[in-house]
Design a protein around this ligand. Sequence first.
Ligand code: PMP
Length: 290
Amino acid sequence: MGFKIFLDGEFVDKENAKISIFDHGLLYGDGIFEGIRAYGRKVFRLDAHLDRLYAGLKAIRLELYMSQEELKANILKTLKMNDLYDAYIRVVVTRGVGDLGLDPRKCPKPTVFIIADKIALYPEEFYTIGLPIVIAKTRRNHPASMPPEVKSLNYLNSILGKMDAIDAGTDEAIMLTTDGYVAECTGDNIFIVKGGNFSTPPHEIGSLDGITQNAVIELAAKAGIETSRDMLKPDELFTADECFLTGTAAEVIPVISIDGKMISDGVPGKITTAMIAAFSELAKTDGVEY
Ligand code: PMP
């Protein structure tokens, strides 16, 4: 059985999963996406991902002909069909085919596709030795220009930040707001550990409301660790006891240096390591079965 993609209501082979060059998702990045993960035939926090996707659609006034429940059923069907035990799922909704102008009213039907595949974002060793990161030259989109809770198909802001990371010889970079506060990384949220508690930036200043971030905050609360939402300047990162990133693809990953300055003596911190274990346990047990 070949690799099947869900595309506009049908399951097609990977080679035949094609969309029009007039699709506004391609022409303008006009659309919303989600990255979701499944562990041991269970989809992690599927409803939270779908809530975020539909909230994003509402924010860009894209009315999808498929209900949230129908899309959920199609995601589960795609996973079953590809017989995946662990998986990374990409759900994409675009404005659909239109003309060469921006006008979304000229796109009568959205395009929807679901890819279920595998992903390994960072080399495995970074989970044990930790990740060196830098502060990107590129600043995060201003929330007044681009609502941070919208996971839009236009990811150039993050891609420019990623290129800053690559130029510095690293895999990830912290993106600051236009006025110099820590927002998040190019594809992950950021936490610091100070005095045994967690601190992570507020979303309003320009970071995604991360599903992994929220899961970690819940795990922390259960372990008696409080999380505060703080406006952090880069200097406060350098004096943190520990630092880690969260994301669907990255999961929980320790940071051991920022701009070459060591954090937690250049090794993953104890609390971070415990969080990695707790998250891995949660991911195995908490999810929608298929
Ligand atoms: N920030 C950005 C910019 C992202 O793209 C992502 C998802 N890759 C995250 C944070 C992490 O969010 P989540 O835990 O929901 O995947």
